[in-house]
Structures are given as structure tokens and as C-alpha cells.
Design a protein around this ligand. Sequence first.
Ligand code: TMP
Ligand code: ASP
Length: 236
Amino acid sequence: MKKEMIYEGKAKKVWTTEDPEQLIVEYKDDATAFNGLKKGTISGKGVINNRMSNALMKRLERAGIPTHYVEELSERETLVKRVSIVPLEVIIRNISAGSFSQRYGVEEGIVFDSPTIEFSYKNDALGDPLLNTYHARALKLATEEEIETIKDYSFRINEELKAFWKGCGVTLVDFKLEFGRLSDGSIVLADEISPDTSRLWDSKTGEKLDKDRFRRDLGGVEEAYQEIMKRLEENI
Ligand code: TMP
Ligand code: ASP
């Protein structure tokens, strides 16, 4: 079914198929952080991220959010709709952590009264610089209508995911989303939703069950991915 590899990123490979409107995504165990400066492997991560992302996207579809998901093909491979990626990384935060805490000089763990949204320009050479929606328009990265749709979907996704993870005994701290345009121009959720792209803390102990264990050399990386996957499978 796979024809030609058209992209290899830090965590995934993308292949064409016989259908020009569909691609196959293959999840790798490779992990990077700090714009590729730190490199490593998280054994079994590709299998977990593939299954988790698909399970969550199916859930979001049921809640009325369109996604690129079509069908899980194997442990590491998924058939998705072909999109052209909107070069914006969308970050939703419910609790202070990571770059938010660093930038504004506040401790991690402050619960916000309402979620925040921020955008970065998806551009590795520039280090994914933060931008606002006016900058995004000026750079012609997306139209005003597309940005409104992306904001609306992102906050709705946050509500769905927050509620789901709460039922798993997990607090959704923050996460990153990417959106794409189908050939008809409509916006759908693309890329992945996984412990690579979300901060997930055990609700009782505050233990980190996500890629921060790798980024910050906390140890128990594989165990954290297995634990979060177990919680998901018990509740999906
Ligand atoms: P940050 O606090 O480092 O800005 O990260 C916010 C969220 O976005 C966190 O859940 C991790 C995720 N993220 C990615 O998925 N890819 C990235 O390149 C970065 C920097 C963060
Ligand atoms: N994967 C990203 C990178 O290599 C960053 C991260 O997830 O922390 O830059």
C-alpha cells in the first residue's frame, strides 16, 4: 500500500498511497527535544503514540471535530487524509508549565481561570518563533476565517480532552495541535495527540506521564508512556 516516502520528520515518516487524497503515517521511536538538539529513543513510543492519537482523534470526531484520521493499519501505521499543513503550532494551556513558566517567571502548576492559546510559526530553521494572529495574517500563514476555525476547534478539543483525561486520573496541563487543509480547503485536525505533544500529570501525585521525563532527564520514560497508555485503554 505504501508507495513513496515523501517526508521524514523527528518522530514520523509519511508515505503516499495509490489514493492521491490519502497518506500513511508511520510512527518512530525516535525522540528529540529543544529543536532537535537533544536526541534519543523511547522504546515502544511509536506504537503508543499511534494508538493514542488514533483513539483520541476518533473521540474528537464523535464530538464533531473533523480530523485527518481514516484507519489504523498496524501498530505503527495509520491511513490519514492528505492535508497541506497550516504552518502554525497551536498551544493550549490549562496550567502553567514549560516555556510559559520560563517566559513569565512563574512556577509550574498554577491553575488558570480559563485556558490560554498561543501560536508559533512552524519553522525549524527559525526555532518555531511565537507569533500572534496579526503576524500569522501578515505572513499569509492562514486566513482570518481559518484562524477563527482553528481557535474554535482548539478550545473545543481542550474541553473534550480535559474531561477524558480527568476520567483517567490525569490532569491535562497543556498540549500542541496542528491543523491542515483538505483539498476542498476545509480545516481538519492533523499531526498527533500524544505524550510527545501534551503534558499529562497524574491527578493525585502530580507525577509527569509525558515527554518531559525525556526532555528533563527524569528517568522512567518508557514506564511513563506505558502507564499513560494503560490509563487510556482502561477508559477509552
Ligand atoms: P512548551 O511549554 O515547551 O511551550 O510546550 C507546550 C506544549 O507543547 C507541551 O505540551 C509540549 C508541546 N510541544 C510540542 O508538541 N512540540 C514542541 O516542539 C514544543 C516546544 C512543545
Ligand atoms: N520535538 C521537538 C524538538 O525536537 C520539541 C519537543 O517536543 O520538546 O524540537
